[in-house]
Design a protein around this ligand. Structure first.
Ligand code: UDP
Ligand code: MN
Length: 341
């Protein structure tokens, strides 16, 4: 059935192409070119379901912020501020002077904390950034992210967790450490685990939690804004404090590149949660250039056997040493020693 139809189409196309009409020939060539170019040009959103901008309010997890975090004389800030632009330009370089004066210009408190003063924010978010030896990227990130977060009227703090140089980089463990250390500062209800080299392009992508854990950077410029596979859960994610504790945080065993984000995705699904994404136009990110790391060969074994360790490897087995903790003008800096067990 399928084959005879296909043959008919082929015959029809060849008849037309043998016809003498130039208009028909050119139209056919044009049509073929359009068919090839279209899927290459606008492939965003393929392969996954997402929440559209008009449904964000229903999707957002509203924190129970009370006590000293809010003032009774102020109005509540909107969940999604009006007039947020659809797109902001992303600068991939930074002017040193602009960076130095940023905390004063934006009234950022020491340790990279801020909240609006004219209304009581409904979001209380800690951004945790794993870090080693990417000074330029960190500067660009900070310059971009502070004004971005302030326009969204969030109560936020930025934590840069730097791993000392002895062992291979362990991104997941740094996230666990950032979670524990940020909670010593304030009662954050939402956590955003954020690679330093990713810059959000849509001011409407509110940096707060969804009812289910959210993969935020589903449309990356380096992947032509296409999600490579639906289980991808790396780059930037938002998860509530309660959800993170229930899944026992990230695994601590992934030293070197790869595996830890897939393992974390498995932990989330294993606990009965699902993954949320917001529509592609909201989830666009620019990635700052860096050379690709060599994947760690051990990641495959640890990923396969991950399910055996969900309840024993994570927040409840986390060991580390804080070498230094400083309230820098744009972020809280934690220098930590971690070692394979
Ligand atoms: N990272 C870092 N220094 C390193 C390796 C990684 O600061 O030497 C942090 C940084 O936040 C980076 C994230 O870990 O964005 C993920 O690493 P990478 O960018 O190499 O991963 P990929 O983009 O290949 O997924
Ligand atoms: Mn990267």
């Amino acid at each position: 059935m399928m084959n005879t139809r296909f043959l008919k189409v082929v015959r029809w196309v060849s008849q037309i192409s043998h016809s003498n009409s130039n208009i028909v020939k050119y139209s056919l060539v044009g049509l073929i070119i359009i068919c090839i170019i279209l899927p290459l040009r606008c492939p965003t959103g393929r392969g996954y379901h997402y929440v559209t901008f008009s449904h964000l309010e229903e999707d957002i997890y509203v924190c129970d912020i009370g006590g000293k975090e809010s003032s009774t004389s102020l109005q509540t800030c909107p969940l999604i501020p009006k007039n947020l632009e659809r797109y902001s330009s992303v600068k991939t370089s930074v002017n040193e002077t602009a960076l130095k004066t940023l905390s004063q210009k934006l009234s950022i408190k020491p340790g990279g904390k801020w909240k609006p003063t004219h209304c009581n924010p409904q979001h209380h978010v800690a951004l945790i950034v794993p870090y080693r030896d990417r000074k330029l990227q960190l500067d660009v990130f900070l310059k971009h992210i502070h004004p971005f977060l302030q326009k969204q009227l969030l109560n936020y703090g930025i934590y840069v967790v730097e791993q000392s140089s002895i062992h291979k980089f362990n991104r997941a463990k740094l996230f666990n450490i950032g979670f524990v250390e940020a909670l010593k500062d304030s009662n954050y209800c939402c956590f955003i685990f954020h690679d330093v080299d990713l810059l959000p392009e849509s001011p409407r992508h509110i940096y707060t939690c969804s009812k289910q854990p959210r993969h935020m950077c589903s449309a990356l410029d380096t992947f032509r804004y296409v999600l490579p596979y639906p289980g991808l859960f790396g780059g930037v994610i938002a998860i509530t404090r309660h959800q993170f504790e229930r899944v026992n945080g990230f695994s601590n065993v992934f030293f070197g590149w790869g595996g830890e984000d897939d393992d974390f995705c498995n932990r989330i699904l294993n606990m009965g949660y699902s993954i949320t994404r917001w529509e592609p136009s909201l989830s666009r990110y620019t990635m700052l250039f860096h050379s690709k790391a060599v994947p760690d060969p051990n990641r495959i074994h640890f990923l396969r056997s991950g399910y055996q360790r969900y309840s024993t490897d994570g927040l409840n087995s986390l060991k580390y040493k804080v070498v230094e903790r400083q309230h820098k003008s744009l972020y809280t800096w934690l220098l930590v020693d971690v070692k394979p067990e």
